[in-house]
Design a protein around this ligand. Structure first.
Ligand code: ADP
Ligand code: MG
Length: 228
């Protein structure tokens, strides 16, 4: 139960001359929900992108289970993200031309699932997220909160072991944000999905088991008591 699933060791990342991460070390235990907080510009998104294999750090190590993510080729990192890792961004980034069901099916189709099975799974996830009635609607016909629930379905449909979420409620009003977080936490717990959640909102961080506070590219406080 205390297996470390994601770890960073001395992560350094700069954009040109300006450092975004100055040596970040952390461990995430399988099944926990961790919030990474701190003011805008402190490096939260950069950290999340390094942990999820979207960005390669300049120095340091990223571990996912027994694998070194920072040493993988882009192709292998992309495959890992498609299979075992899920990502959710501030703006759901749904494909505008596709319906909700098609958007949620997409990761399964990319992984080679038959169309029918992918649609069935997508409908199951939309139902779990309370948006089954939107299955055949396109993003432009949905509210921001509905879009983000569909995006959460797309992130979870592959049943990833780790979900990386970057300000997932940042573009939503309070009620819609609470709904998205309620679903996210409930579904993550049900599947024992580990969650690394970036947010600058204390209220959203309150959903996590543990809070990691960043400032100027470094972790200042880690391992706060459970907030639940
Ligand atoms: N693509 C980029 N190009 C140049 N600078 C960037 C880029 N992304 C982030 N930065 C800079 O890196 C620092 C950390 O950014 P970021 O990780 O996005 O912080 P946060 O998510 O906490 O707001 C900031 O100073 C930001 O301006
Ligand atoms: Mg950010």
């Amino acid at each position: 139960m205390t297996e470390t699933i994601v770890a960073a060791r001395g992560l350094v990342k700069s954009y040109g001359a300006s450092p975004a991460l100055r040596g970040v070390t952390l461990d995430v235990t399988a099944g926990e929900i961790v919030a990474v907080t701190g003011p805008s510009g402190c490096g939260k998104s950069t950290l999340l992108h390094c942990l999820s294999g979207i960005l390669r750090p300049d120095a340091g190590e990223v571990h996912y289970r027994d694998q070194r993510v920072d040493l993988m080729s882009e192709t292998v990192r992309a495959r890992l993200r498609r299979s075992e890792l899920g990502v959710l961004f501030q703006f759901g980034q749904l494909v505008a031309e596709l319906t909700a069901a098609e958007n949620v099916s997409l990761p399964l189709l990319l992984a080679g699932a038959p169309r029918r099975a992918a649609r069935t799974a997508a409908l199951t996830w939309l139902d779990r997220l309370g948006v089954a009635d939107l299955a055949d609607q396109r993003p432009g016909e949905m509210s921001g909160g509905q879009q983000q629930r569909v995006a959460l379905g797309r992130a979870l449909v592959t049943e990833p072991r780790v979900l990386f979420a970057d300000e997932p409620t940042g573009a939503l009003d309070t009620l819609a944000g609470e709904q998205v977080m309620g679903h996210l936490v409930r579904l993550a717990r049900a599947q024992n999905t580990t969650v690394v959640l970036v947010t600058h909102e204390p209220r959203i961080a309150g959903y996590a088991d543990r809070e990691i506070v960043m400032r100027d590219g470094e972790i200042t406080i880690a391992a706060m008591a459970a907030a639940r």
